[in-house]
Design a protein around this ligand. Sequence first.
Ligand code: NAP
Length: 277
Amino acid sequence: MIKLGLIGDPISHSLSPIIHTTVMNYLGIEHSYEPYNVKKGDLEGYIRKIKEENILGFNVTMPHKVDIIKYLDVLDDDSIKFNSVNTVKYESGKLYGYNTDARGLVMSLSDNSVNLAGKNILILGAGGVASTIAVKFAEERPNKIIVLNRSLDKAKEVCNLVSKQSNVTTIYDELKNVENYTKATNLVVNTTPLGMHGIEEDFENLDFLNNLNKSTIVCDLIYNPRETLLLQQAKLLNIKTLNGLGMLIYQALISDEIYLNQKIDYKMLYKIICEKI
Ligand code: NAP
């Protein structure tokens, strides 16, 4: 039997247990998958538990994706590039860190025929996931990446990180100036929690959607609710939309491949998971 887990805070809303349990059951693998609410600053106790109980692997969510790094022995290329870990495997006495978030989003975009090469990408927000996806997007040779955030300094940090690792043109500005950046945009990605279940705030004004070209895609990384106000409004304007569910499922499937060290049937499992949740 293998033991798997999830750490984060809050954790009760997470769909990860049902996704991973569905995968393991489909593959006929005897397992446990336990979510642990671990508060910021409390990682050490959980790391001890991993080793004592020989837990094979665990998923990492907010607010530990950066803090976990100092406890790990080996990091994969993506974790180093993004300075963020969402998957940890405990093997032969060592803790290995991986990041599957960005690959998950790229796979979800690809399913929806979104090609990033030569495109102008507008990222709303500049937190952990925004920097991860901005660096990943830059690898796909877009024309320009624009990062808009409530706090300007964080938007600048994300752009600096992209510039360190690529030649892609970057622009940063405050989120409130979003209307100035929509004209030639091909893809908008919301990485803020605005509109998320349990968060009271939402976009005060969605007029910027009116300026978007009809071929633009508006993607919200939020998956609860499945359709945020941002996506609802974009849909009303006949703009194609995508929520965060695809990214969530794919990043989980990639994690499971890492735990099991075996290829899994994404297409089949994606379908089964969607039916389950
Ligand atoms: P984070 O590091 O806390 O960053 C949050 C970002 O949102 C920051 O840039 C923050 O701006 C901005 N923000 C927060 N509240 C805001 C408000 N009231 N008004 C304007 N901006 C606000 O979080 P994260 O880890 O990047 O996660 C971001 C989102 O991605 C979450 O909604 C999460 O659910 C989603 N997510 C989805 C998946 C998936 O698989 N679909 C995976 C991971 C994360 P400041 O810098 O000004 O504070």
